[in-house]
Write a protein of this length. Structure first.
Length: 228
């Protein structure tokens, strides 16, 4: 098991590092640690956020000094991991029209027709490793090598909002229009981030995702429900 290290970030934050790779086992350790914190958050711990192989913690040093935070981390790491509590989602996406400009190229590079690639893609259960890049942008791990594609050599200046994309063994849905270099294979009608909601992000670290392919009629019907 990789040794863990707690690195201070100024006087009111620290990052607990489980390793330095994008690895499902390390990500699971980060999520288990967060679940243990959520079960009994100590006084002075203000917030925490998992990444691929680490967890950053914000604390009040007057209530929870760094030495006490370090002791807490060691105790939680040594304790049995609590059960995972992430939610499971089935998310619709459409690959018709101009929603999937990179689909044919990605499929052909892997020896699939576009339809066969989409069928295989819809059978994958992805794990939400972390949130980053944009509010609500969830990095979904679990894309197998025979469906994968590298990032574009030159990123697009604008990726349409809610585009479903793949690259480097991962999948994501862009919550907003933004620059981006991932390969676009569809679009979801769902709102990925809503600042007014109790939980602003549709997906959270530790959740699981499967994509359900839909047609244009259902896409516009579902999109219209939240737009109205």
């Amino acid at each position: 098991m990789t040794a863990t290290t707690l690195l201070p970030l100024g006087d009111a934050a620290a990052t607990l590092c489980f390793g330095a790779a994008i690895d499902p086992a390390l990500n699971a350790r980060a999520h288990a640690f967060c679940a243990a914190l959520a079960a009994a958050p100590p006084p002075g711990l203000l917030e925490w956020a998992p990444a691929f192989a680490s967890v950053t913690l914000w604390h009040d040093p007057d209530i929870l000094p760094f030495a006490a935070l370090e002791d807490l981390c060691h105790r939680l790491i040594a304790a049995p991991a609590p059960p995972q509590t992430g939610e499971s989602h089935e998310l619709p996406f459409c690959a018709e029209g101009d929603f999937a400009p990179d689909l044919a190229e990605v499929a052909q590079a892997n020896g699939f027709s576009p339809g066969a690639w989409l069928d295989a893609f819809a059978h994958i259960t992805f794990d939400v490793h972390m949130l980053g890049f944009l509010p609500g942008f969830a990095y979904l791990g679990g894309l197998p090598p025979d469906l994968d594609a590298p990032r574009l050599a030159t990123p697009r200046k604008t990726v349409p909002a809610r585009s479903v994309a793949v690259a480097d063994g991962m999948c994501a849905a862009y919550p907003f229009a933004s620059p981006g270099g991932w390969r676009l294979v569809g679009r979801t009608p769902l709102k990925m981030f809503d600042a007014r909601a109790r939980r602003p992000t549709l997906l959270a670290p530790g959740d699981r995702v499967r994509w359900r392919r839909i047609g244009l009629d259902e896409f516009f019907e579902l999109e219209g429900q939240w737009r109205d």
